[in-house]
Design a binder for this molecule. Structure first.
Ligand code: FE
Length: 183
């Protein structure tokens, strides 16, 4: 493990375990820690940066022994994108290499109708937060059609095991899914 990443894990472990697990504090301080990590692109192992010709890849970089948080590299092949999905736990997205575009949605609980809200373009060093409190539904796409982009995600659970949802863009109908990991 690269020293820079090791230091990040040490600091995140302290943040998540010291004091009450209150989300605003974790998101604020976690944004600072993840920003410091992704401002430098010298630590991610090559095996965690390998794109797939068809599907965006999620490599598990770390999971806390008590599942209190996990860290994943998202590797986007040219033009690849996620379905519209949620997370059900807090999450931080830090851009490491090239760029991605995230479209947020609000969902009417009664009808399921999805409404597009903000759109954000993440450049290297940028960090964005998701959670059921701050906005949890989005669709993310590689900003480039001709190169690989990579972002580093931190979640408040072992995200590969969390039951969450993808949403039909037209009807807003929810379908359960578990993402797993590529490795
Ligand atoms: Fe997401």
């Amino acid at each position: 493990m690269h020293k820079r990443f090791e230091d990040f894990i040490t600091a995140m472990t302290r943040l998540v375990n010291d004091g009450p697990r209150d989300e605003p504090r974790i998101l604020e301080e976690g944004t600072r820690l993840l920003g410091d990590l992704v401002r430098h692109d010298d630590w991610l192992e090559d095996r965690h940066a390998v794109p797939h010709p068809q599907f965006y890849q999620q490599y598990k970089l770390y999971c806390a022994p008590d599942d209190s948080f996990s860290v994943v590299s998202f590797v986007w092949g040219p033009g690849q994108k996620t379905p519209i999905h949620d997370h059900t736990v807090w999450g931080l997205i830090g851009m490491l290499r090239n760029a991605e575009v995230a479209q947020s949605f609000e969902r009417d609980e009664n009808t399921g109708t999805l409404t597009a809200t903000q759109q954000a373009r993440l450049e290297p060093g940028d960090v964005e937060a998701v959670s059921p409190t701050v906005g949890d539904i989005h669709q993310v796409v590689n900003a480039f059609d001709d190169r690989v982009s990579i972002s580093i995600h931190v979640y408040g659970a072992d995200i590969g095991k969390v039951r969450r949802h993808v949403f039909d863009p037209a009807s807003g109908a929810a379908k359960e899914f578990v993402s797993g990991y590529a490795n």
